[in-house]
Design a binder for this molecule. Sequence first.
Ligand code: ADP
Length: 399
Amino acid sequence: MNVLIINAGSSSLKYQLMDPETGAVSAKGLCERIYIDGRLTHNANGKKVVKDIPMPTHSEAIAAVLAILVDPVDGVIKSTDEIDAVGHRVLHGGMKFSDSCIIDDACIKAIEECIPLGPLHNPANLMGIRACQAVMPNTPQVAVFDTAFHMTMPPKAYRYAIPTEYYENDDIRRYGFHGTSHKYVTKRAIELMGRKDMKLINCHLGNGSSLSAVKDGKCQDTSMGLSPLAGVPMGTRSGDIDACVVQFIMNKYGMTADECLTMLNKKSGMLALSGVSSDFRDIEQEADKGNADCALALDKFAYEVRKYIGAYAAALGGLDCLVFTAGVGENSASMRARICEGLEFLGVKLDPEKNQTRGKEAVISTDDSKVTVWVIPTNEELMIAQDTAALVNAAKAGK
Ligand code: ADP
C-alpha cells in the first residue's frame, strides 16, 4: 500500500510517499514559496532534485508533487492510481475530533469550525486537503489531528479555572499538540515494554516541546494548552507565563495583544534566554565555551522539564516509564542527563554510557532503575500513514 502524507503550511507543503506496513519511504520532499513563486525539493531513488515550478496556489504544489512522483526519471510510481490514500496532518481538531477521520464534507466543515482555535494552520491544512481532492478526486483522504491523542484528558486537566462561559461558548480549554508524536511513542513504548498498564511520561523535546502524562495508553495531561505556546520554554516560545506579564508589556510599550503574542511565540524561549540562537546545538556549543547566558538557558529548560516530570509523576500516582523523543530528546545526551539529575527520588537512574545513544530506540536507564527510561525516535509520518491505512481499509471492508 502507498500512502501519500501531506503536511500543508501557509506557504509550504511537505510530503512523503510511505508504505504504512513497513514504514519504508519511497519519496519525500518539500514545496516552498507557494503564492510567491514556487520551488520543489524532491528526494527519491537516492538523489535530490530541486525544481523551480510556478505555484500560485496549493493546487499547483500538489500537482507538482504528483507529477514528480510519476516522472519516468525522478519518480517512484507509474501512475497516481498507485497512491492508495492520502493522509493529511491537521493542527487543530478542537473538541470535535478525538481520532483521525476519513475526509468527507462533514469532516471538512468541522475542520473549518476549528479555524478560530488554529487560525494560522487549519486554513493551510484545508488548502492542502482541497488541492488533493481537486487533483485526485477518487483517492480516499484522511485527516490526522495534532490534538486528537490528548482528548482522553479528564476535565480537571483540560479545564482552565476561568469563567465557564468561555469554555461553554468558545471551547476555550487545554487541547495540547504534538499528539501524533505522543501517540506514536506511546504505542512504541507499550510494544517495547510489553505492557499497556503503565504510568508513562513522554518528553517531546525539539524546537517545539511538550510533555504528556499517559496511563494505560491514554493521555491524562499535557503541557501545551489552547495553543502551542504553553508548557516548557521552547526554541522561540516562552512557555507558561503569568498573564500579567502580557498586560504589563502591552501597557508600558503600547503593544497590541497580537504584537505581544508574536514576541512570546517568536522572540522568547531559548533564543531570548541564550541571546545566541533558538537551536540547542548552538546553545550547547556556546555554553561549553563559557557563555553564562547559554548555560542559564539550558539550566532553565532542564529545570522546567524536570518540574513537569515531577508534576506528572504526582498526577499519575507514580512512574514506570520515561520517554525522550524529537530533536533534543533523541540526540542530546547532555540535556537528558541534566533533566534526569535529581530525579533519583522518583526511581529514575540514568546509565551514563547507555545515555550516549543518539537517534535510535534504546533504554538509557540502569538495570536497577525503577523507572525504565527510553529514547524512542518519533515518527509522526508513520503514525499518519498507519492511521490512514487503518481507516481506509476499515471503510473498504465495511462496504
Ligand atoms: P521541530 O520542532 O522543528 O520538529 P526537532 O524535533 O527537529 O524540531 O528538533 C530540533 C532541535 O533539536 C534543534 O534545536 C536542534 O538543535 C536540536 N538537536 C538536534 N540534534 C541535536 C544534538 N545532537 N544535540 C543537541 N540538540 C540537537
